[in-house]
Design a binder for this molecule. Structure first.
Ligand SMILES: Cc1ncc(COP(=O)(O)O)c(C=O)c1O
Length: 433
């Protein structure tokens, strides 16, 4: 029996133009000193993505080390709760290290080794990409440095300990808001200082060409599996809607891409609306941003009228980023995908429901996607199917969850104390009690 990974190929995926542009977005807006190394990565990836030996090694590690394919399962009680379309969960939370980030990290460390580079650096927000990179570097014997904003170090502390255990050096970043965007800037500064000896392993589908394409390619293993598994589970049918959360956009673009040619399948991204998209405290770059340049790419950004990037907010460190991958900006501009803001409160309510109704503690990032999926399912007939990618597990988020609950007057972990029902009625609104 095939596990669908046998048929994983990258050569058919749509490519940006020769300058790495997806329509008006993308490109390579980089300092002169990085031009030669960026060129080597473009060439290296272009050769690797069509090399059967490289793909075979990647797929082999996905199977034996990551535990792929991850399951696609029906969520019966969330489906009953939404009271409409059937919900399917793509379980990236079950991938080794607890999130989709490992797919990209393994692929890029394999590329770094192929390019003969001796040292890997990375940035991280939620810490999942840092853990994934530290893991891949341990496995493939590469020294690893991870830049992380000191605010994120506080809110995602278990992941800092994991990275250190795996042998990585975690460098705190104290500039700016001390979050993901500052960590990316610090990593780029390190790279500029030694572009030939260092491989910068970007963790999302953002930044200069070829990172948005390369990260999408590697993460498209999610959508490749999900599409084949849907056909099996739904008797030859595809889901009506595919949903994923969007920080920089890697789990979403990896989920969407293999469905992009299926015109009848709606693609829906959940961005972090924080306190609300109509307040200054959110990270909804597509839904509420404008065009600008960040970290080497032209894309949708949260910025002021002078082009200064503005502070962002999300309860989830992984979605707390002022930009988005350029291919998402293009999918939004062409109307192929739609992006909707989900507030902190809505995400935390969906997280609570998923724990209680499905026995799954999702990452706070993933809970944004689940909230949007519940809303979409509620408005559709039972004959429709909504597939949502659960990008990661919530173990890293226990401190955030407890803080959130304390701020809402809940001091114990017993959800019944929050005044909510252990068995919420089908169709009941999923707002935090
Ligand atoms: C579990 C999880 N989901 C989603 C994200 C957002 O990243 P992306 O939009 O690149 O998938 C992160 C980022 O750290 C994460 O840890």
């Amino acid at each position: 029996m095939t596990d669908h990974l046998d048929t994983f190929r990258l050569d058919a995926a749509p490519m940006p133009d020769a300058h790495g542009r997806f329509g008006d977005y993308g490109g390579s807006w980089i300092p002169e000193v990085l031009v030669p190394v960026a060129g080597r990565i473009v060439e290296g990836w272009s050769a690797a993505r069509t090399d059967p030996a490289f793909l075979q090694e990647f797929v082999g590690m996905c199977r034996s080390f990551v535990g792929r394919p991850t399951p696609l399962q029906v969520a019966p009680r969330l489906t009953a709760h939404a009271g409409g379309a059937q919900l399917l969960l793509k379980r990236e939370d079950l991938a080794h290290t607890g999130a989709h980030k490992i797919n990209n990290a393994l692929g890029q460390v394999l590329l770094a080794r192929r390019l003969g580079v001796k040292r890997v650096i990375a940035e991280t927000g939620a810490g999942q990409h840092g853990v994934a990179t530290a893991t891949a570097c341990a496995l493939l014997d590469m020294p690893c440095v991870v830049y992380m904003g000191s605010h994120d170090i506080e809110r995602q502390h278990p992941n800092v300990l994991r990275m250190e255990l795996l042998g990585a050096e975690v460098r705190p970043v104290d500039e700016g808001q001390r979050t993901l965007t500052d960590a990316v800037s610090a990593a780029i500064r390190d790279w500029v200082a030694d572009p030939d000896g260092t491989y910068y392993l970007l963790g999302s589908a953002v930044g200069m060409h070829p990172f948005p394409t390369m990260v999408r390619d590697l993460q498209s293993v999610i959508g490749h599996e999900a599409r084949a598994q849907s056909l099996e589970l739904l008797g030859g049918e595809l889901p009506s809607v595919v949903v994923a959360c969007v920080g920089g956009g890697s789990n979403a673009i990896g989920t969407f891409m293999p469905f992009a040619g299926d015109g009848a399948v709606e693609l829906r991204g959940a961005e972090a609306a924080g306190d609300g998209i109509d307040t200054p405290r959110h990270s909804a770059s597509v839904a509420a941003g404008s065009i600008g340049v960040l970290h080497g790419a032209r894309t949708m950004l949260i910025q002021d009228d002078d082009g200064q990037v503005l502070p962002t907010h999300s309860i989830s460190a992984g979605l707390d980023y002022p930009g988005v991958g350029p291919e998402h900006a293009q999918l939004a501009a062409t109307g192929r995908a739609t992006y909707t803001g989900v507030t902190d409160d809505e995400a935390m309510a969906a997280l609570q429901l998923t724990c209680r109704l499905e026995g799954i503690i999702p990452a706070v990032e993933s809970a944004h996607a689940i909230s949007l999926a519940l809303d979409i399912a509620a408005g559709r007939p039972a004959s429709d199917t909504v597939l949502v990618t659960v990008s990661g597990r919530g173990d890293k988020d226990l401190a955030t969850i407890m803080q959130y609950r304390a701020a809402h007057g809940v001091t114990s972990m017993n959800f019944a104390d929050a005044g909510d029902d252990h068995h919420p009625a089908p169709g009941a609104p999923h707002v935090y009690a």
